[in-house]
Design a protein around this ligand. Structure first.
Ligand SMILES: [Zn+2]
Length: 290
């Protein structure tokens, strides 16, 4: 098992009147890689994120171990931050992305390098669990919506719909997060007015900015400026699949030369496994030269 490292999340975990931002995360081991690619194959991203974080987040404030339910209860932004911390601990700070310029006449393939530190946001100032949005009408009346921020549970609940209909899933997610809607005279409204959906979505995004990472880029060939959303879960799922090509070979080499069991080798972080592999390669190269 790898050693956990203390870090922070922007929103924080709230339970029983307490609020905690400090988390302990450990880097992925080979066994985690196997589990997350082979056993979790076919999981929708929201469920996959819950599995990855339940394995690698070892402590949240004073809470240890961290349950699957706790991971689900974190906001989308906190889960995004945890994934970035997990990636940094497992494979380092730099992320390489292959993008295509969206201008049809250009379509240049762009290789962009990102630093995780540039994507992580500082702690949010506001830590309340219930928010309020008042939307005025032309006649001066206002509708007041009380809502909470979307969590991993909400993402999981709408994940299947999101797979086929993103707009429908976004609407479902919003409705799950609304606690009450009332008119300006204080009467509770049974139905959620669709007209304020966009304002509510914007307000949620502003309150949990870590939830959606937008990259502002410029194409070096045609000069066009454009923006793309960076989806950490999709990036990590793809990266883990690519890393699997090396994993079996690395475990085989170490087991063959050091006579360690596969379980021992799979319990190491990638960094530790590769340290031994470098030593082994040096030894083998020297042996071959003599
Ligand atoms: Zn271009």
């Amino acid at each position: 098992m790898t050693n956990p490292v203390a870090t922070t999340i922007p929103g924080g975990y709230c339970a029983n009147g307490g609020h905690w931002r400090e988390v302990h995360v450990r880097p992925l081991t080979g066994a985690d890689q196997l589990f997350l690619t082979e056993e979790c194959e076919g999981l929708l991203p929201a469920h996959w994120v819950t599995e990855a974080l339940t394995r690698c987040v070892t402590r949240l404030g004073p809470h240890e171990p961290v349950t699957r339910e706790t991971i689900r209860s974190l906001t989308v932004g906190d889960r995004e931050a945890l994934l970035l911390h997990l990636r940094r601990l497992s494979w380092g700070e730099r992320l390489r992305c292959l993008l295509t310029c969206p201008v049809p006449q250009c379509g240049e393939k762009l290789e962009v390098e990102l630093a995780i530190g540039d994507l992580l946001l500082p702690p949010y100032r506001e830590v309340v669990q219930e928010h309020e949005l008042a939307v005025g009408e032309e006649d001066g009346a206002a509708t007041v919506v009380r809502f909470r921020l979307p969590t991993g549970s909400d993402q999981e609940a709408v994940a299947m719909v999101a797979h086929t209909d993103v707009a429908e899933a976004a609407g479902l997610l919003l409705r799950r997060c609304v606690r009450s809607t009332s008119s300006s005279d204080g009467n509770t409204l049974d139905t959620f007015p669709e007209v304020i959906s966009q304002q509510l979505a914007d307000q949620m995004a502003a309150l949990d900015p870590q939830a959606e990472i937008t990259l502002q880029l410029a194409c070096p060939v045609c000069g066009s400026a454009f923006s793309v959303i960076f989806d950490t879960a999709s990036y990590l799922i793809q990266e883990l699949e690519l890393e699997m090509r090396h994993l079996y070979r690395e475990v085989h080499l170490l087991a063959y030369h050091y006579h360690w069991s596969a379980t021992e080798i799979l319990g190491m972080s990638t960094a530790k496994r590769r340290k031994f592999l470098r030593l082994l390669e040096e030894e083998l190269t020297q042996g071959a030269a003599q």
